[in-house]
Structure formats: C-alpha cells, structure tokens
Ligand binder design. Structure first.
Ligand SMILES: NCc1[nH]cc(CCC(=O)O)c1CC(=O)O
Length: 350
C-alpha cells in the first residue's frame, strides 16, 4: 500500500534531510535528494535467522522513518558466504575469521548493496578498510541453551550440565561451548554438528547426538522452543562476544546512511559489544582458541565484563571478571584480554 501522497517536493519532516519524496512520478517514491538512488539495498545471508534479523532491522528503520513504508524503498539481497558452504567441518578447521562476512563486505565495497545485517558474533573484530559497523541493535537474550535429544533423559534446570548422562554425546561446532562443557564434564564426548539452527535441531532429532547447545537468541527470534531445553547460566557457559546482538555495516563514506542508522542504534548494545569485541581483539586468538566474552551494564551504570579462554579439551580454563566505566568499555576489554593472555599457558595462543 502506498502512503498518503505527500505535498509535492516538500521535504518529509521525519526523515533525515537527504531523504525526500519525489512525487513527480505517477507512483510516488522516496528518493534521496542528492545522488543517492533508491531502493536502499540491504545485504543479508539467506538463513531463516539472517532473514528474520534483516526484516527486524528494516522494521526498526520504518518505525523511525515511516514514510519509507512503501513498495520499493528497500531491496533485500541474499548473499551466500564462504561460511554457508561449509557444513561438515568446524569453521576453525577451515581457518579464517569473518567467513560469514567476506562476500558481504565485497558487495558493500563494490556498491552492490548499501548496508548489511550481521549476527555480531559472526563478524570479525576489525572491519576491512572502507567499512564501518554503523549500528548495533538491542541485545536479545545473551545466553546459550542445552537441548536434549529425543533419547536423552530430562535435564535438571538447576544444574543442566551436571545432569547429562555419563558419556553422552553433545553436538556442537563451537570450541567455546565444547571447552566449557568438557571442563565441567570430562566424561562427555563432543561431535561436530553444523548448519543453521533448524538443521542442527533436525540432526539432534535424528539421533546424531544426545544433546546440543544453541544460542537462545536465535531460537527466540525464530519462535522455536525445543522440548526439554534448559537455559544455561552465563557464568556456567560464558557466551560469545556479540552473541544476541545484530550489527549493521555500511560504507565508511556513506554519511547519510550512517546518520539514519545512528537513530536506531542501541547504546547499551554498543557499550557491551565494544567491551566484548575489544577483549576478543586483544586476545587475537586463532579461531582454534576457545574464547568467551560477556559484558553487562549494571544498574549503577558500570560495565561488568567476563572473559574466558580455554583449551578445546577443557583441560585448561581461565575466566575472569572486571568492572569499569561504560565509557571506557574498549579499554576495559583490551586490558582484560591482555591479562587473560598473559596468564594462559603458551600453547593456548601458540
Ligand atoms: N554461529 C552461528 C550463529 N550466529 C548467531 C547465532 C544466534 C543469534 C545470536 O547469537 O545473535 C548463531 C546460532 C547459534 O550460535 O546458536
């Protein structure tokens, strides 16, 4: 449905000045005033979760800029990434960070898309030259969950890891989850299961593992609540840096879009992701290093940051929590990262 016909060539009051309606055409459309062309093209991966997050993000823009709620203002570009091609191995074994973003960055830099929506935890800490992380959206639940398969005994919500049957096989491709699980339960076995959220749940139901772990954020967004699922305390299973946060990238020079995105930025998500991503950057672990990072804003405005490094088999695990001013989020993360690295055995970062 088209919006009410705005006054001819009048600037639209609730839009940044550069976005104006051009109503000289038979079908009114919003056109930026300058050289910018509509539609705004948004890049996304093709998984159901990625598409959900992209539509959620567009909905937030529309709430801020209701006049863009018209046919043709946005165009969704699904981009297949290297990470999407790998189904049978750990990403750590393929080597390389940012496997989910490389092709999306290229599309941005080539001008094929105008912005891109990412799960922040899949986005490398350092953006390629010319690209900025322009906006972080409000964090969904940061925690991981443990999900029993059809043949697994019910889990005890008060101590879920402890309640897994002896020798159970847990399916996960995440070294961070694996190391914390094996640290608590050296008797368990880990099998790599990958794929999008739904395909991992299908594998669990097909008996490929006795249990699996996933991010609660993804399940909530997709409206999935697997039977018997138990939420893991973030102290017992430190989440990944950026988990539950959607981040939007744009070209560095695109001041119009950067300004628009600032309006839907969530400052709390920005503060915690700064701390978590600085921690990750300071640790500069290879993708074979299990790393966890979880920041919270406390009621007194202070930032609390927990960092974790471990050996994949759980035989070493170091977890530390620091507090600091939210405006020092980055420094806090860098300092904790340096500290964890200094206090870890040489093989962890070898
Ligand atoms: N690595 C895949 C991935 N990237 C983001 C999410 C979930 C949503 C989020 O953490 O924001 C997931 C799935 C999972 O870990 O269960």
């Amino acid at each position: 449905m088209l919006p009410a016909h705005p006054a001819r060539r009048a600037p639209l009051p609730d839009l940044p000045a550069t976005f104006r309606a051009d109503t000289t055409e038979a079908t009114p459309s919003v056109r930026p005033h300058g050289s910018r062309n509509l539609p705004l093209r948004v890049g996304t991966r093709g998984s159901p979760l990625a598409l959900w997050q992209t539509r959620h993000f567009l909905e937030l823009i529309l709430q801020f800029c209701p006049v863009l709620r018209m046919a043709g203002a946005f165009e969704e570009h699904v981009i297949s990434t290297s990470g999407d091609q790998i189904q049978d191995r750990r990403l750590a074994d393929v080597g390389g960070k940012g496997l989910f973003a490389k092709e999306i960055h290229e599309a941005l830099l080539d001008g094929r898309i105008d912005f891109a929506v990412h799960s922040l935890k899949d986005l490398e800490t350092e953006m390629p030259p010319g690209i900025v992380l322009a906006c972080t959206l409000r964090r969904e639940d940061v925690r991981d969950v443990l999900i029993p398969g059809p043949g697994c005994a019910a889990l005890d919500p008060s101590d879920p890891l402890r309640s897994l049957p002896a020798g159970a096989v847990v399916g996960t491709a995440s070294l961070r989850r694996q190391s914390q699980l094996l640290h608590a339960r050296p008797d368990l076995r880990v099998e790599v299961i990958r794929g999008n959220v739904q395909s991992r749940l299908n594998k669990l139901n097909n008996g490929e593992a006795d249990a699996t772990m996933l991010a609660l954020a993804g399940l909530k967004r997709l409206g999935i609540s697997p039977p018997g699922m138990v939420v893991l305390d973030p102290e017992a299973m430190v989440p990944a840096a950026g988990q539950g946060i959607v981040g939007v990238t744009v070209r560095e020079g695109d001041t119009e879009l950067r300004q628009l995105l600032l309006a839907i930025e969530n400052p709390e998500a920005r503060a915690v992701s700064r701390a978590e991503r600085a921690l990750l950057a300071a640790l500069d672990g290879s993708c074979r290093t299990p790393i966890g990072g979880h920041a919270r804003l406390l009621p007194n405005g202070e930032l609390m940051l927990t960092g974790l490094v471990a050996r994949p088999d759980g035989s070493f695990l170091l977890k530390r929590t620091v507090h600091g001013a939210a405006r020092e989020a980055e420094a806090l993360g860098l300092a904790l990262g340096d500290e964890l690295r200094a206090d870890s055995p040489a093989d962890i970062f070898g």
